[in-house]
Write a protein that binds this ligand. Sequence first.
Ligand code: UFG
Length: 325
Amino acid sequence: MRVAVTGGAGYIGSVVVEALINGGHDVLVIDNLCKGHRDTVPKLARFAQLDLIEQADVVRALRGFKADAVIHMAAFSLVGESVASPGKYYVNNVTAGIALLEAMREANVGRLVLSSTAAVYGEPAKQPIDEDDPTRPTNPYGETKLALEHALRWYAGAHGLSSISLRYFNAAGATATNGERHDPETHLIPLVLQAAAGTLERVTIFGDDYPTRDGTCVRDYIHVEDLADAHVRALGALSEPGICRAYNLGCGGEGYTVKEIIAAARDVTGRDIPTAVVPRRAGDPAVLIAGSSRISRDLGWQSRKSLDDIVTSAWQFMSVRAGAP
Ligand code: UFG
């Protein structure tokens, strides 16, 4: 298949591009590089540095590439920033997202896989969370992703666009070549590993008074390679027009607390990891665990990688990069 990947030079995007190329697909990466890194784009992929808001340019790129499908991963994704700057999130995630849907319509591209998020659920009433549970985002990030999911329903009805929205829980880990290179870094696992490496003085634990087994927040961490596999499977499920589905992507089970993640990183790295407990971060739900049985049933997807695989791969990636110029 000929697949255009928006945000394909970002963290998850770069791993999805790797998986597509390994699966024999032709790839066009569309990225404005405001967050992504040009050096992640493999030689076998084409690259277009474009802003999705520039609809005519995107139409030209999709037509020139003869795209069969789009994986749309270009978006802002920081909860705290979205609360502070909602307009930035509405413009980039909704306005540019709709411009992409319009460009796809003009270029006659009828299949889309959307990066969505567990943030669409807000403070869930029950765990694990199922796709039919209420979606009540508590921040503009989740709200803007949900807005695009809703738009897809109307595009399916009006134009026959086929789409699958993948609601990621906590993506983490790395491949041999691609991993987290955020600036600034806000995610738990890379920060914990920076503390292990000595480039961060200590890990701040955001609250230890949650109603959980050790007082710290529980999250469902999923290896980025397992996420990428789900995207490839989702593409294969879009052969008919008018499909519109959403799937959770997590490992389920009991999840891991912040303290358990730090303990796992101590085991993997053999290093001391200094910590300090600080007050809760605004907007953090106590527990987020995915019910992922729907995607297992429909697409035969299952997570294969363990927490140890996640932390080990992230540590290897960070160690190799530390040696890089
Ligand atoms: N945490 C700390 N200290 C840190 C960083 C994080 O204690 O320095 C804690 C957080 O409070 C949270 C957990 O570690 O309990 C994970 O935090 P991350 O920032 O790594 O990830 P989030 O769970 O906040 O965010 C993820 C995705 C978002 C998505 C959200 C859904 O990165 O895109 O899940 O709630 F919106």
